[in-house]
Ligand binder design. Structure first.
Ligand code: COA
Length: 260
């Protein structure tokens, strides 16, 4: 598919989606959000894609936020719709995707950029990365899930401070907070993420899908995560991947998962 604002490449079981508006520090405008939705949907449907990596183009930014030029004249209804549509189309969509999504945070991840990184299943950052939710400095609050996902990841007190000060934290502070899992150099960022993706690829994609559902259930209103875990655990026993995984172990060989 041809996109204007993003690139999507497939290689060795990994689809890498690159937000490609470097002159605007990869700011998320409406078209980019729609294209990202389409690219994630396509990759998730593709049986050969075992892991999705999301990153930004250029050396400066992952995503410097929602595109401020697009919403500066919005009224109350338009503002609420912007957040609702964005959450449905991209942020919740990515968080609930059954294919693992890793954010490779290669620079500024601010506002909607940090919210997008947080919607991914986990994050790896380069040492030049700077992260923050600066919305209150613009007279608005985070609207793409930031008030919910930041406290889930770093704890309420740290989230309150980050949101209230509108400040940025560096990659090592983000590592210390548990916001990112690893920090490396900019050159090593994609190789490291690909190495992690290769480990994921070896495992049962069907079981991983169930695990994502069970883990996410803890963060959903009206869902009991333990019950969801029991349901997903049971479902595994009816899959060809489970038969192959357990048989391979007993036969002392590597599993070759059919993905069903
Ligand atoms: N929305 C729209 N455009 C943005 C943007 C955003 N969130 N972030 C950066 N840009 C654009 C700038 O307007 C500039 O465009 P121009 O060259 O046409 O004027 C270009 O990207 C480069 O940004 P610039 O500000 O010149 O780079 P910098 O290195 O001086 O500063 C930042 C980098 C990230 C500190 C600064 O761009 C910034 O504060 N961006 C907004 C961050 C933000 O508030 N995000 C939350 C939005 S809700």
């Amino acid at each position: 598919m041809n996109y204007e604002n993003i690139l999507s490449n497939f290689q060795n079981g990994i689809t890498t989606i690159i937000i490609n508006r470097p002159n605007k520090l990869n700011a998320l405008n409406r078209d980019t959000i729609q294209e990202l939705h389409d690219a994630f949907k396509t990759a998730n449907k593709d049986k050969n894609t075992k892991v999705i990596i999301l990153t930004g183009s250029g050396e400066k930014a992952f995503v410097a936020g929602a595109d401020i030029s697009e919403f500066s004249d919005y009224d109350v209804t338009e503002g609420a719709n912007l957040a609702k549509q964005g959450q449905e189309l991209l942020f919740d969509f990515v968080a609930d995707l059954s294919t693992p999504v890793i954010a490779a945070v290669n620079g500024f991840a601010l506002g909607g950029g940090l919210e997008l990184a947080m919607a991914c299943h986990f994050r790896v950052a380069s040492d030049n990365a700077k992260m923050g939710l600066p919305e209150v400095s613009l007279g608005v609050i985070p609207g793409y899930g930031g008030t919910q996902r930041l406290p889930q990841l770093v704890g309420k007190g740290r989230a309150m401070e980050m949101v209230m000060t509108a400040g940025m934290i560096d990659a090592n502070t983000a590592l210390n907070y548990g916001l990112v899992n690893h920090v490396t150099t900019q050159e090593e960022l994609i190789p490291l993420v690909e190495k992690i993706a290769s480990k994921i690829k070896r495992n049962s994609s069907v079981a991983i899908k169930g695990a994502i559902k069970a883990i996410n259930a803890n963060y959903k209103d009206g869902k009991n995560g333990f019950k969801e875990e029991i349901k997903q655990f049971g479902k595994c026993f009816g899959t060809a991947d489970f038969t192959e995984g357990t048989t391979a172990f007993l036969e002392k060989r590597k599993a070759d998962f059919p993905g069903e």
